[in-house]
Design a protein around this ligand. Structure first.
Ligand code: NAP
Length: 284
């Protein structure tokens, strides 16, 4: 593990809850100068008390992105580790996802982290070191019905990382993706609210009810493969500080073995099995 003095400060997005909150605590406990950020920095009092520096950052806001990066660079010259964690799941059948909702999903999950990466790179290049850790998902390796928008955004995060990593490697900078399976956080509540409500006349009405119930079951603490935010934060810390990190860390059983099953099974078998898993879920 590289020491904080070898790496410089860490900046983490989306620290108001879940994985971001736990990651900020983990970096701070490991001795890093830690910048915890959130849209509403009033939610970061506990992280401030734990010794983190606090910044307001909506990852979709260019002025806020620049201000946050500049604040760290003014103090330290360069960000050592950028953890692109902020994100949410837009769920619902593809036909009913408005382009505005699709754009919002990409503005946060894809363009937010892409732009922050672009903004930290010049100072990282100048100093000849730096690391970008993207909190991606098994959803970036395997797509499934009901999650098209979210999966598309995480597939994009995966594709961008494979391009960026070898582009910045000559400058001493590394890009590492962390792909967790299900984690019990506020993600579920946000996901359930995102499913478009288009009334009982929708041809997807029953499907959406079952999808909501299925996702509720899938993300329940204690359900098969569901992890805590702290478990994932420990892997993010490892991804950020390992001397020779892997390019990807798949976290948990579902993330490690799900993509393997997906590659081995023909598309129509996967379609059948995933459709059945929702059909067999009774709505609440
Ligand atoms: P969470 O508890 O809902 O946390 C999401 C965080 O992202 C919150 O702090 C939220 O802030 C922030 N956020 C959302 N939009 C933002 C924006 N425009 N600007 C800044 N921050 C924003 O969920 P989580 O599980 O910790 O999710 C963290 C990451 O893990 C996400 O990228 C997610 O895709 C990924 N992930 C989650 C799971 C899972 O099952 N939970 C599995 C795999 C990967 P607000 O309080 O302002 O909304």
């Amino acid at each position: 593990m590289l020491k904080p003095s070898d790496m410089g400060p860490a900046l983490i997005t989306g620290c108001s809850s879940g994985v971001g909150y736990a990651t900020a605590l983990a970096f701070r406990a490991a001795g890093f100068e830690t910048f915890a950020t959130a849209r509403n920095s009033a939610q970061l009092g506990e992280l401030r008390a734990a010794g983190c520096q606090i910044l307001t950052l909506d990852v979709t806001d260019e002025a806020a992105r620049r201000a946050a990066i500049e604040a760290v660079e003014r103090q330290f010259g360069s960000i050592g580790i950028l953890v692109n964690n902020a994100g949410y799941g837009q769920y619902g059948p593809v036909e009913e996802i408005s382009l505005d909702d699709m754009r919002r999903q990409f503005e946060t999950n894809v363009f937010g982290s892409l732009r922050l990466s672009q903004l930290v790179l010049p100072a990282m290049r100048r100093i000849g070191r730096g690391r970008i850790v993207n909190v991606s998902s098994v959803a970036g390796r395997v797509s499934a019905l009901g999650g098209g928008a979210y999966h598309a955004s995480k597939f994009a995060v995966e594709a961008l990382a494979d391009a960026l990593r070898p582009e910045v490697e000559p400058f001493g900078i590394d890009v590492v993706n962390v792909l967790p399976g299900p984690i019990s956080t506020r993600f579920e509540a946000v996901l359930l609210k995102s499913i478009p409500d288009t009334g009982v006349q929708s041809p997807y009405f029953l499907f959406k009810e079952r999808l909501a119930h299925r996702m509720h079951e899938f993300l329940q603490p204690g359900a098969f493969g569901v992890m805590t935010a702290e478990t994932v934060a420990a892997i993010i810390l490892k991804a950020g500080t390992a001397k020779r990190p892997r390019t990807r860390y798949s976290v948990g059983f579902i993330a490690r073995f799900g993509p393997l099953g997906r590659v081995l099974a023909p598309d129509r078998i996967v379609d059948f099995v995933t459709r059945r898993s929702i059909q067999n879920t009774r709505s609440k």
